[in-house]
Design a protein around this ligand. Structure first.
Ligand code: FES
Length: 79
């Protein structure tokens, strides 16, 4: 029942548990998602999903009922 999480642009794929916090998954993958407020308001942690929508990683977790998920970190020098 694990979910395959695919991080771009680093091209790292790891297994995660449904409901596991995104930041925790990223940390386990060795991917650094920048964070600020950790409350969903500053958008420092914003990442793009495979379908083009953006989420704040700090308040997101691995969706239940998904088999795989692509997470695209912005290559933005500001953050
Ligand atoms: S760290 Fe501020 S919105 Fe996630």
């Amino acid at each position: 029942m694990s979910v395959k999480i695919h991080f771009l642009p680093d091209n790292i794929t790891i297994e995660a548990e449904p409901g596991e916090p995104m930041l925790q998954v990223a940390e386990r993958a060795g991917v650094l998602i920048p964070t600020g407020c950790l409350m969903g308001s500053c958008h420092a942690c914003e990442v793009e999903l495979g379908d083009g929508s953006t989420i704040c990683a700090c308040i997101s977790s691995v969706p239940i009922g998904t088999k795989e998920l692509t997470i695209n970190l912005y290559d933005d020098p500001v953050w």
